[in-house]
Ligand binder design. Structure first.
Ligand code: C5P
Length: 229
């Protein structure tokens, strides 16, 4: 049976590391807010039926976005941490998504996602019972450091960097996030909650240009990537 696919976009962060008054999802990138680029890229994935955007309670900028009233987009109020915002997005899909339907979670701050990579994730995992994530093998040699001193070199061939989108079955993801938050565990991505619940998410190789806007120098890099794609 073919499962339906939904998306949740956590966009309720402040982005303090950007050092800007404006939250990073609303910063101007090549003439449009970062969030507009991100949503355009997700809308280019035809399988995604509904895209839920989790916004900060005091968000005043969403309504100015050209996509604010798009028929495939819904909004909900996010929470204190990224995982709370994702959970709010999942709750918003209650009634629309059934237990085994797919939910693709993608950071608002990753505007350079290639729609083809999101489709690759969906197609690679289509028959999987859990789900998985886009990730990149580490290219640098990695060091474990304490107090500014190298303790050891980490075996690089086993290290991957987790990106988004991350794709999981609806009920499994919702329960995993609820359990992790109830236990007070740190949850920086969906995969970590699913791992804590005892599952093994799959890895699908993504693209290095799917960067997350985090620091001011990331904006010109994102502009360069978007102009080339
Ligand atoms: O701060 P960071 O880059 O890790 O945030 C990743 C994504 O999570 C961003 O799109 C941000 O808007 C979102 N977020 C959220 N709710 C929070 C914190 C972050 O939706 N409370």
């Amino acid at each position: 049976m073919r499962r339906r696919c939904f998306a949740v976009v956590p966009a309720a962060g402040r982005g303090r590391r950007m050092g800007s008054e404006i939250p990073k999802q609303y910063l101007n990138l090549a003439g449009k807010p970062v969030l507009q680029h991100t949503l355009e890229r997700l809308l280019a994935v035809p399988d995604l039926e509904i895209i839920v955007v989790a916004l900060a309670a005091d968000d005043r900028r969403w309504h100015e976005l050209p996509l604010a009233r798009h028929p495939r987009i819904r909004v909900t109020e996010g929470g204190a941490e990224r995982a709370d915002s994702v959970l709010a997005g999942l709750e918003c899909l209650e009634g629309a998504a059934t237990a085994a339907d797919w939910v693709m979670v993608h950071d608002a701050a990753r505007p350079c996602l290639r729609p083809a990579d999101a489709e690759k994730l969906l197609h690679t995992l289509a028959e999987d019972e859990v789900g998985g994530i886009l990730a990149l093998p580490s290219v640098d040699t990695l060091k474990e450091v304490t107090d500014g001193v190298v303790r050891q070199t980490v075996a690089r061939h086993r290290i991957w960097r987790a990106l988004t989108p991350q794709l999981f079955r609806y009920r499994l993801l919702r329960r995993s996030l609820e359990q992790a938050l109830a236990r007070g565990m740190p949850v920086t991505d969906e995969s970590s909650a699913v791992e804590l619940a005892g599952f093994r998410p799959k890895i699908v190789e993504g693209s290095p240009d799917n960067i997350k806007i985090t620091r001011p120098e990331d904006l010109p890099l994102a502009r360069f990537i978007l102009e080339r794609s």
